[in-house]
Design a protein around this ligand. Structure first.
Ligand SMILES: [Mg+2]
Length: 172
């Protein structure tokens, strides 16, 4: 049995498409983004400021959709391993309640004691950390598994998981 820490935004909750949907609804813009690009690269200053403000709202987090196959794979994974959801919620204090409600809604089987709202993820002690940001692997003593997202496609990292099928097939 392995201890596996899993990030929430861009790994379980589809923040990228949540932002794209919101941009389309609010500004009728649908930026086409290439690998490695971030929203600040494709929006004007006003749009990016509005998007940053949107990211500070509880509503944004609550309305995200789960990534494909994330729920069922997590359900299987936590039967055989010690799985924690580790989210740097401290950077967006408004997100706490919404993230907790989101987990209760989509992951009702998930034990609340396995939810970790943190800031600096180097405090996490686990065998694996699945995350979409390489910087979260700095000072992490376990094995960092980079979960693919458009913004990290050009980052080089030895262990990359493309999607939840890859997580399901990984030999933890
Ligand atoms: Mg993330």
């Amino acid at each position: 049995m392995a201890r596996i820490a899993i990030d929430m935004d861009h790994v379980i909750a589809d923040a990228h498409n949540g932002l794209l949907d919101w941009l389309e609804r609010s500004y009728s813009v649908k930026p086409s983004m290439t690998p490695g690009q971030r929203f600040r690269d494709v929006l004007n200053a006003d749009q990016y400021a509005a998007l940053s403000a949107r990211l500070e709202t509880a509503e944004f987090f609550f309305n995200l959709k789960p990534l494909e196959s994330s729920i069922e794979t997590l359900e299987l994974l936590q039967r055989n391993h010690e799985v924690f959801i580790t989210t740097a919620a401290m950077f967006v204090p408004n997100s706490f309640g919404a993230k907790y409600e989101w987990i209760k809604k989509y992951l009702p089987f998930f034990e609340p004691k396995r939810i970790v709202f943190c800031g600096d993820k180097s405090i996490i002690s686990a065998d694996y950390l699945i995350d979409d940001h390489i910087h979260n692997f700095e000072n992490f003593e376990g094995r960092g598994l980079l979960f693919s997202a458009l913004h990290n496609e050009l980052d080089s990292w030895p262990d990359r998981l493309s999607d939840w099928n890859d997580i399901g097939n990984f030999n933890f």
